[in-house]
Write a protein that binds this ligand. Structure first.
Ligand code: UT7
Length: 319
């Protein structure tokens, strides 16, 4: 028994916000700096009151329509997010209610930018065990809410959005191999080190990052975990048709492709138009490349996440 993706959908809120728009809003930056260091040109930002579950709902409806399913057909809902609507209940339960699903298993996964790859791997294990048959796996983020807009080193990098897939039990191969890792010793290089206590925010409620440490870590583990996943599936990296790494920075994507000896035109890039949407970035990129016809049925696609924790992982699948 395999698990296969049978529907993909995504959603970006509002109009694209350019680097120039950010500079005009008073951030001391330039299009030249952002493009040369990151490749980012645009990002989307949610309206006040537009939450992760709202973006997740739009992406999920599109994924369900592509799969030809109703919300009531789903028996497992996993939402990967680091920007949940509430401390609790989970965004997965809020999404379940908005979709009108009752009774499915529903929970959030907190693995920051690796969250979607973590969620997809968990769903695959549930389906392969025989306990569940149809999962909705969503990455949904409103990182604009946790950015310090006076810190130009971080606020220009991120955007909001959501992506969703339907994963179903199948006799035809879909997910071929998975690998997940974490090393909490590196928790300090990318974090939002605050919490709520006694009605007050304690600590720092904004995203903080040691950009260069994150950069080096990401490039190393993205190449390692993709190779590990290929080995587990018994294929050579050159047999991958498409690589979809977490979309953080074009330079990270280029360095990963180089380490894996893959031509850059096998890498799906959306960070230029979406910015870094954390757990949403991989399903957003997958949806775009399937819709525009680059990724075709039968091809092998490697999805990869890396992010705060530190966490990282990969899923190799056949579309
Ligand atoms: O999901 C994972 C998320 N994280 C990442 O992907 C981040 C990975 N890291 C990176 O992408 C890069 O480290 C950054 C793009 C964040 C930063 O690039 P960098 O080449 O490491 O630059 P830096 O932080 O060393 O800053 C260089 C200069 C500094 O000025 P001085 O001290 O040399 O005068 C910064 O103040 O660039 C300045 N700077 C900016 N200038 C214009 C930092 N941010 C900006 C900005 N606009 N937005």
């Amino acid at each position: 028994m395999y698990s296969r993706i049978t529907g993909i959908g995504s959603f970006l809120p509002g109009e694209p916000v350019s680097n120039g728009d950010l500079a005009r809003r008073g951030i001391e930056t330039s299009d030249e700096w952002i493009v040369s260091r990151t490749g980012i040109r645009f990002r989307h930002l949610a309206e006040n009151g537009e939450n992760a579950s709202d973006l997740a709902l739009q992406a999920s409806r599109r994924a369900l329509a592509k799969a030809g399913l109703e919300a009531s057909d789903i028996d497992l809902i996993i939402v990967a997010t680091s920007t949940p609507d509430f401390i609790f209940p989970s965004t997965a339960c809020l999404l379940q209610s908005k979709l009108g699903n009752q009774g499915a298993t529903a929970f959030d996964v907190q693995a920051v930018c690796s969250g979607f790859v973590y969620g997809l791997t968990i769903a695959e294990k549930f389906i392969r065990s025989g306990s569940h048959r149809r999962a909705l796996v969503v990455g949904a983020e409103v990182f604009s809410r946790i950015l310090d807009w006076s810190d130009r080193g971080t606020c220009v990098l991120f955007g909001d959005g959501a992506g969703a897939v339907v994963l179903e039990a199948s006799e035809k191969p879909g997910i071929l191999a998975t690998a997940l890792h974490a090393d909490g010793a590196h928790h300090g290089i990318l974090s939002v080190p605050g919490s709520i206590c006694g009605g007050q925010v304690t600590g720092d409620p904004f995203l903080r990052m040691d950009g260069q440490a994150v950069f080096k870590f990401a490039v190393r583990v993205l190449a390692e975990v993709a190779n590990e996943c290929c080995q587990a599936a018994g294929i050579a990296p050159s047999e991958i048709d498409w690589l979809i790494p977490h979309q953080a920075n074009v330079r990270i994507l280029e360095a990963t492709a180089k380490r894996m000896k893959l031509p850059i035109d096998k890498v799906i890039v959306t960070v230029d138009r979406h910015g870094n949407t954390s757990a949403a970035s991989v399903p957003l990129a997958l949806d775009e490349a399937v819709r525009d016809g680059r990724i075709r049925a039968g091809q092998k696609v490697m999805l990869e996440g890396v992010g705060g924790g530190f966490t990282w992982g990969a899923v190799l699948l056949e579309i």
